[in-house]
Design a protein around this ligand. Structure first.
Ligand code: AMP
Ligand code: MG
Length: 327
């Protein structure tokens, strides 16, 4: 139970081979992606997929994303309409997940799709991870490599710390910090209709540029479409207070832009660069969370962040991190 995983640099010559062998044995392997680290398993293997839900404590109604090496593998799993193809061609590999009608012969474990007749697919940009998928020759399901509801992992250490005492991955491939730092943007494409299910590492404006029209967001549905519908998610142990212009004496502070130097403070981006802020978000929340615990602080105050570009995803994650804990 809960043995510490092996950690191996993606630069190690046998990294890909060891990952492939573990995946073939039905084990879980944490893989780096440009968004966050993923907890990967063979998408066709029911037992391995079930193990992901068990390891994360993930609710069974929350479906997984099938990670592919590109468009051809995706097309064997789902029906990509011409509109979906346009998005895939414009943004893959990259932080865009497409939800599309699942093919009857997709071969993905039904547990992964949580009973839906659609499937989420994405080609991650990290070269080693895409190489592992190619060599495996089959999709990998890979939700974020953390216990469900907690802070997402943007480096190998977050993964190891998060699964301490649990049956998590047997191997972690370490490629340093994730470059984008927030989860993928999820778009549901049905024929010529596209709907934003979750803001993420690809900004809505950039997608709208390719669509040539606005991308409406779907929210508050009765159906769970994305973790966006789980009010509490991405949460640190500490309490968050949002839209704070300054911290109180007993709070740590997550700043954005120029601000006076203080103890217990991290700054998402001094220059107010939203891409830099997204890449820093989870690592800084991890650090502040530890400071709050170690110093008996009341919580984390968070500066306002504009909701444009990747700021939409940042605000989405912060709102869920601050929400009353339901899980
Ligand atoms: P993550 O937990 O970051 O891996 O994100 C996976 C998210 O993708 C899940 O929480 C789902 O809500 C969403 N998702 C996966 N499959 C589907 C699907 N078939 N339809 C709608 N959303 C999906
Ligand atoms: Mg997650």
């Amino acid at each position: 139970m809960g043995r510490t995983p092996d950690i191996l640099s993606t630069d190690a010559p046998d990294a890909t081979r060891l990952a492939l062998e573990a995946l073939a044995r039905g084990e879980l392997v944490a893989l780096p992606t440009e968004t966050v680290y993923g907890l990967a398993a063979d998408a066709r293997n029911d037992r391995a997929v079930a193990q992901i839900y068990a390891a994360k404590g993930r609710p069974g109604f929350n479906p997984l994303i099938a990670h592919v090496d590109g468009c051809d593998m995706a097309e064997r799993l789902v029906e990509l309409s011409p509109l979906a193809m346009r998005l895939v061609e414009a943004f893959w590999p990259g932080p865009l997940t497409i939800v599309a009608p699942r093919r009857a012969d997709a071969g993905v474990s039904p547990i992964a799709a949580a009973g839906l007749d659609t499937l989420a697919v994405r080609a991650p940009a990290h070269e080693t991870t895409r190489g592992v998928i190619s060599a495996f020759g089959a999709p990998l399901v890979a939700p974020s490599a953390n216990p469900s509801g907690r802070l997402s992992p943007t480096c190998a250490r977050h993964v190891v710390d998060g699964f301490q005492g649990r049956d998590g991955p047997t191997l972690v491939l370490d490629a340093g910090p994730s470059s984008v730092g927030v989860e993928s943007t999820i778009v549901l494409v049905n024929g010529d209709d596209a709907v934003l299910l979750r803001p993420g590492g690809l900004s809505r404006e950039v997608i709208e540029g390719v669509l040539g029209r606005s991308l409406p967001a779907r929210r508050d549905g009765a159906v769970i479409d994305a973790p966006g519908q789980l009010a509490s998610h991405y949460a640190p142990a500490a309490r968050l207070r949002l839209e704070a212009t300054a911290p109180r004496d007993d709070e740590a502070f997550l700043a954005f832009g120029e601000t006076p130097q203080r103890r217990f403070q991290e700054n998402l981006s001094l220059s107010r660069d939203l891409n830099e802020a997204a890449a820093n978000l989870f690592e800084m929340l991890w650090r502040l969370d530890a400071l709050v615990a170690a110093n008996g602080l009341a919580g984390i105050a968070v500066a306002p962040v504009p909701a444009t570009g990747l700021g939409l995803a940042i605000n989405d994650r912060l709102a869920r991190a601050a929400a009353p804990r339901t899980l």
